[in-house]
Ligand binder design. Structure first.
Ligand SMILES: *Cc1c(COP(=O)(O)O)cnc(C)c1O
Length: 395
């Protein structure tokens, strides 16, 4: 790795990288020294099929020889069929495509503006959760509480009110005549793998229908089969009005989308929103390939059963290391270890020993293996975790 050159030519908005990654296959990554790693980060919940899944690769190769991009001046058959497929998985409604999670949330925020501008007093306040994360664009950032992301970018967009996650009465008490929407994640990813309780989500839905608010769900990280449901909120039986998706949807090719229920799908009108790349033939082909593999390889069921097995292994570690592990969080293959110390210590140790994991807020180690992960890879990861935890010295 040429770190001096990296730092000479790349803007320093990321921490200096520990190594250089050059190849991936299945659950494995290789660095430029030829060292192999088990990838339990999946590019932050993106490469849900593992790296270079043959079906995904073949489809991208074929489509790139056919047509990569033509813009939304035209109808794109792959886009129409992908929208139909997503609607069948989520519920009656319509889809708008974009390129990232932040962009999907921007579209949800703009949807809430369109909804609010139809009301008598032009409502515009959005209730969002403490510890949530919605992306780095100014709108999505304004909906994100943590000072770590906000610092230096003020003034941000006004009108976002932070309420305690999983605290229904805090949300209820924060509703006033200006409130137009509620936006939450079903499981907080960056915030530390806190899962919304079913009662909380169902309660938010009730509040939204009572006060004519849009119920907006950010499924960018928890979505696309990762938690053992196609979207994380589906376990609760709640029904949001609109949903943001990205990360796992393209399996590594950038694509984002929002689903909007029938009732609110007419709010965007011709010319009111758009993006040059959103829903390109190639991006939609990548997402189709992801959905094919999810269906053909039963990845929703796999995420659930593999996740249950992995969780038992992690719970055994928690028994073995009570001074270091406080709790096991998340579900499916979106799991976290609550630690009594900064996870970066452990992340570095695990990487040395061939396991890639990623930290999250509130002393959490995040484990996001590909949904195609094999049982013996989970066992190997547990062994690396066990020796890593044993090596960490607490003072
Ligand atoms: C990653 C993430 C985003 C932002 O997605 P980008 O593609 O990085 O813009 C938004 N919401 C959640 C819940 C995320 O995890």
């Amino acid at each position: 790795m040429d770190l001096p050159k990296h730092q000479e030519f790349l803007i320093g908005n990321y921490a200096p990288p520990p190594l250089e990654i050059v190849r991936g296959k299945g659950s494995n990554l290789w660095d430029s020294q030829g060292k192999e790693y088990l990838d339990f980060a999946s590019g932050i919940a993106v490469t849900n099929l593992g790296h270079s899944h043959p079906h995904w690769v073949k489809n991208i190769q074929q489509q790139s020889a056919e047509l990569v991009h033509c813009s939304n001046l035209f109808s794109i058959p792959e886009q129409v069929s992908l929208a139909e497929r997503l609607v069948k998985k989520i519920g009656p409604g319509k889809i708008l495509f974009c390129n990232s999670g932040a962009e999907a949330n921007e579209a949800l925020i703009k949807l809430s503006r369109l909804h609010g501008n139809q009301t008598k007093n032009k409502r515009s306040k959005v209730l969002v959760a403490t510890n949530g994360f919605h992306g780095r664009t100014l709108g999505a950032l304004s909906a994100t509480e943590s000072i770590k992301y906000r610092q230096g970018f003020e003034p941000l967009l006004p009108g976002f009110v932070f309420c305690r996650y999983n605290d229904l009465s805090d949300f209820e008490q924060s509703i006033d005549g200006q409130t137009v929407a509620i936006l939450v994640e079903s499981i907080q990813g960056e915030g530390g793998l806190e899962a919304a309780s079913d009662e909380f989500l169902l309660g938010l839905e009730t509040l939204c229908s009572k006060h004519n608010l849009l119920f907006l769900m950010d499924e960018v990280q928890a979505g696309i089969a990762r938690t053992g449901e196609f979207l994380g909120y589906q376990k609760s039986g709640t029904r949001p009005h609109a949903i943001a998706m990205a990360k796992g949807l393209g399996g590594g090719f950038p694509i984002g989308a929002i689903w909007v229920d029938q009732q609110h799908s007419q709010l965007f009108t011709p010319g009111s929103h758009g993006t040059t790349y959103g829903g390109s033939p190639l991006a939609c082909t990548a997402a189709h390939a992801v959905l094919d593999v999810i269906e053909n390889e039963n990845l929703i069921e796999q995420a659930k059963t593999k996740g249950e097995g992995f969780k038992i292994g992690l719970q055994n570690l928690a028994v073995q290391f009570p001074q270091k592990i406080t709790e096991i969080k998340g579900r499916g293959l979106m799991l976290g270890l609550g630690l009594t110390f900064d996870p970066s210590l452990l992340v570095a140790n695990l990487r040395e020993n061939g396991l890639i994991a990623v930290g999250a807020a509130r002393n959490t180690l995040r484990l996001l293996p590909p949904l195609t992960v094999k049982d013996d890879e989970i066992l190997r990861a547990l062994n690396i975790l066990r020796s890593g935890l044993a090596q960490i010295k607490l003072d």
